[in-house]
Write a protein that binds this ligand. Structure first.
Ligand code: HEM
Length: 456
């Protein structure tokens, strides 16, 4: 194949330089739409006309699996996506390179054990009750933007379950700081050159303010837990009340992590643990409001489910879980998963040079017509039987798969069930499912403004 831009050898089909430049505005406004457009024009492995680094989009079931699972050792996370994110999170589990990740994951994993997750159920139910109390306090039929409720509630759950901290009073401040910081990060990731953080541009000022809010939250979380540490003597028969902060503090006393490392992990979990689940919940409600018959089925399933044991509770809510899955298929919050190739490789027969940026996207793979029938329709039933598991990757795949996957299912499914059991959500006349904006997660443009009526 000929060179496709500034002497970059073309090893896969893709647009030429002038065509990509013509799409510059779209790339900045909606990079996900641009990825869809490029994939539809050029196929499952696409090379962009970018010299440094050579950049590829991979969207076949086999190609994505190859990068994330089968040949994962040839790929790391030093990409523009994760470098930009690390301006906020530092080097926590999500952005860490493989070497650091190997030391951190064992420290953190116990906070997500099944026994610990049993305790997430009452925490989630209490958070859902707080949302219901606020909605109930409004006049019947009032239109409410539910997205901020989902963000605040998801943050409160992370605060209580992972940090043992009550974040209810600071939730708004922390969720705003998170969204503001991530917006700056996204803008930086979308342009090739950004001014250094030391120059007080408007973006850098917002970032500085947001970081100071997040760091303040970390200080208060660590301070609270250090003052009232987990007490083994008080809870002899249960290890499960030990939370993420306890495990981090334990590791610090054994010099396995330093103060900056603890800060970076807590900010990572604030961000990765709440915005993702909130996005999934907001889109679930947006889709359910557009499909009243599916919403009624969730409501009646919720009425019959009870019990606090994780397994029994989730196994009593198979349809709600299918709804949550179908939402994650259509609007996967983490819509972009990027890697850098460490050595040369071949994907689906196309040569990938060493040092290349490889872009994969659950949002694209989940709408691949060779894998999913009627891929753009909301059909939760497809998750009740067998489905193409290897091509359903809202939580990634392979070693770096999301540590919070089970956490997200418990919180997502139980919150949905609790809300739909009590409230019927609908759109005001003339409104429907909002447009999507692919920021760090896929956000609903203008929020999710729904009419809430108490179920009789
Ligand atoms: C619906 C909710 C969620 C979605 C869609 C989601 C998605 C993802 C994805 C796709 C990855 C892999 C990224 C990659 O391979 O480059 C990931 C990793 C991660 N997620 Fe989640 N996540 C969700 C919820 C959570 C929750 C609730 C937490 C924590 C409480 C969390 C914490 C993390 C962390 C720390 C990582 C890095 C894991 C590692 O590399 O070991 N996520 N997530």
């Amino acid at each position: 194949m000929p060179d496709n831009f500034l002497g970059t050898p073309a090893t896969a089909p893709g647009p030429m330089g002038p065509e990509m430049l013509k799409n510059f505005a779209l790339i900045r406004r909606n990079p996900l739409e641009y990825l869809f457009k490029t994939w539809r024009s050029y196929g499952d492995v696409v090379q962009f006309p970018v010299p440094k680094p050579p950049s590829y989009l991979v969207n076949s079931a086999s190609g994505v699996r190859h990068v994330l699972v089968n040949n994962a050792k040839n790929y790391d996370k030093s990409t523009i996506q994760y470098k930009a994110l690390s301006l906020v999170t530092g080097t926590g589990l999500l952005t860490a390179d493989t070497e650091l990740w190997r030391t951190r994951r064992p420290i953190i994993q116990p906070a997500f054990h099944k026994k610990a997750l049993d305790e997430l159920i009452p925490v989630t139910k209490a958070a859902a009750d707080r949302i219901l109390a606020t909605i109930d306090a409004k006049a019947t039929g009032t239109v409410t933007d539910l997205d901020p409720f989902m963000l605040a509630s998801a943050l409160e759950v992370v605060g209580e379950f992972l940090f043992g901290s009550d974040l209810t009073h600071d939730a708004h401040q922390i969720t705003s700081a998170t969204l503001d910081a991530l917006e700056v990060v996204i803008k930086r990731a979308r342009v090739p050159l950004s001014p250094p953080q030391s120059i007080p541009t408007p973006g850098n000022r917002v970032l500085k303010r947001s970081l100071s809010t997040l760091n303040g939250a970390v200080d208060s979380i660590v301070g609270t837990r250090s003052a009232t540490p987990f007490n083994e003597d008080l809870i002899k028969d249960s290890k499960s009340t030990r939370n993420l902060v306890d495990y981090l503090l334990d590791a610090s006393s054994e010099s396995k992590i330093d103060r900056d490392g603890i800060r970076d992990e807590i900010v990572t979990f604030i961000i990765a643990g709440h915005e993702t689940v909130a996005s999934a919940l907001s889109w679930s409600l947006a889709l359910l409001a557009a499909h009243p018959e599916i919403q009624s089925a969730v409501a009646s399933e919720a009425q019959y489910a009870n019990g606090d044991e994780l397994d029994s509770r989730l196994s009593q809510l198979p349809y709600t879980q299918a709804v949550f899955n179908e939402t994650l298929r259509l609007y996967p919050p983490a819509w972009l998963i990027t890697r850098k190739s460490l050595g040369g490789d071949s994907i689906d027969g196309y040569e990938i040079p060493s040092g290349a940026l490889v872009i994969t996207s659950p949002a694209l793979l989940h709408r691949h017509p060779d894998i999913w029938s009627d891929p753009d329709s909301f059909k939760p039933d497809r998750f009740l039987g067998s489905y193409p598991r290897e091509s359903f990757i809202p939580f990634g795949a392979g070693l770096r798969q999301c540590i919070g996957k089970d956490f997200a299912y418990v919180e997502g499914v139980i919150t949905l069930a609790a809300l739909c059991e009590r409230i019927e959500f609908s759109y005001p006349p003339g409104h429907g499912v909002p447009a999507s904006d692919p920021l760090v997660t896929i956000r609903p443009v203008g929020g999710v403004k729904l009419r809430a009526n108490r179920r009789s």
